[in-house]
Ligand binder design. Structure first.
Ligand code: UTP
Length: 395
């Protein structure tokens, strides 16, 4: 207790306030009046929030004695948000400010880059090349691990449940998750048959979020994991991040609870840091997994193409392989594009459809994103299906 008081007093001094209760020179009198309720660590977090221009979070705080537990639990949430983002909340807010300022100024993220069509394999369903790549992929599948990103809310779909529970087709009503699991199990069986005596269980990780975690586990458990061994499935829950209220990256308070910061899932990119920080990636590497295949929650056709795509990765030795689909020019789907910078840097990335056409026009392609002789844009459509070779991971 004594140390708590001492810690708080330290914190008060660190905020530039007289611990004896002298004149408050800081920006937030409501916080100052409540400081003695907070631990040293909480005062440090309060300092950080004030430094980052977040004084509005405390403006409504009443006198000590009113809602004290809620004030403390506000800081429990701040502490969680702070520890779940690399570099903490300060880095999160600073990144947000930078990105918002760049976007407000209309800064072109592709300044200095020239787009061109990336090289890749074009597969034609059923021809000899396709069939032999497919066989190579099936053979390799027992060395793979699958990762489904399923933490999204599906706000645009306007559906309240989890997307993986939706029927993938209407004749049987089989849901996406069942289809995915059965496809992985079918690959596992076919791959092991090709290898002779092999008892590999292909690992399957699912990234969920607070919005989808409980329902995903319930769907799995109430269906006996659709035939997969429960130990094959690993659930990784992503943390949410704070919502921003405006262009100054001021954190948004929950409209239903003014002692809570409003939060949302952070996007599917979290999967990479989660695989790393959970140790799963290392475990997979150590147990001979050569490939990690990432896919999304509602792509019902994907597994038709997975074996041949894995076959391409295996036979070409690709470290990174992005499976793409034919795309009509200007179609509202990102295009896989090679970018070459004037300084010589190159990268192959997804350029969003609303940026691809202006980028092409600005770099000597007066027709912008136009169909070529195939009837499609030469920039294939991104479906966020990526195959990574584990050798390159963690470098
Ligand atoms: P979408 O772009 O479809 O976003 O996600 P969404 O959040 O699911 O849907 P909207 O935008 O609210 O309408 C693409 C994939 O990324 C996953 C989704 O579950 C989907 O498989 N995702 C998205 C996550 O895993 N986490 C997130 O925070 C966001």
């Amino acid at each position: 207790m004594a140390s708590g008081v001492h810690a708080a007093a330290d914190g008060v001094a660190a905020l530039g306030i007289s611990p004896a209760g002298g004149e408050w020179a800081g920006p937030c009198p409501a916080l100052r009046r409540n400081l003695h309720l907070l631990s040293h660590d909480q005062v440090e977090l309060a300092k950080m929030l004030l430094n980052e221009g977040q004084g509005h979070l405390f403006e409504h705080w009443p006198e000590p004695g009113v809602d004290d537990d809620k004030k403390k639990s506000f800081f429990d949430q701040v502490c969680r948000l702070n520890s779940s983002y690399p570099g903490g909340l300060a880095a999160y807010i600073q990144n947000a400010k930078k990105l918002l300022a760049e976007s407000k100024a209309g800064q072109n993220p592709y300044d200095g880059f020239a787009p061109s069509v990336p090289s890749g394999e074009v597969l034609t369903f059923g021809d000899d090349n396709f069939v032999s790549l497919e066989a190579a992929g099936v053979k390799e599948a027992h060395n793979a691990a699958f990762v489904l990103v399923a933490g999204g809310l599906g706000e645009r779909l306007g559906y309240k449940g989890i997307k993986v529970a939706l029927p993938r087709e209407t004749t049987t009503g089989k849901c996406f998750l069942q289809h995915y699991i059965e496809s992985i199990l079918a690959l596992q069986e076919a791959s092991c048959k090709m290898e002779g005596e092999c008892h590999t269980k292909i690992p399957f990780a699912i990234m969920t979020s607070d919005d989808t975690n409980a329902l995903t586990i319930k769907l799995l458990e109430s269906n006996s994991y659709f035939g997969m061994e429960p130990s094959q499935v690993k659930i990784l829950k992503q943390e949410k991040v704070a919502c921003l209220a405006d262009n100054d990256a001021r954190l948004a308070l929950d409209p239903n609870d003014k002692y809570k910061i409003q939060t949302k899932p952070h996007g599917h990119g979290d999967v990479h840091s989660l695989l790393y920080s959970s140790g799963l990636l290392e475990q997979w590497k150590n147990t001979g997994r050569r490939w990690v295949l990432f896919f999304q929650d509602t792509n019902g056709l994907l597994f038709n193409a997975i074996p041949s795509a894995l076959g391409v990765s295996a036979t070409k030795g690709y470290n990174v392989n992005s499976l793409a689909v034919p795309r009509k020019a200007k179609e509202a789907i990102g295009g896989i594009t090679k970018l070459t910078h004037v300084d010589g840097r190159t990268m192959v990335i997804n350029v969003e459809y609303n940026q691809l056409d202006p980028l092409l026009r600005a770099t000597g392609h007066p027709d912008g994103d136009a169909n070529c002789e195939t009837g499609y844009s030469p920039y294939p459509g991104n479906i966020n299906q990526v195959i990574l070779q584990t050798d390159i991971l963690e470098q």
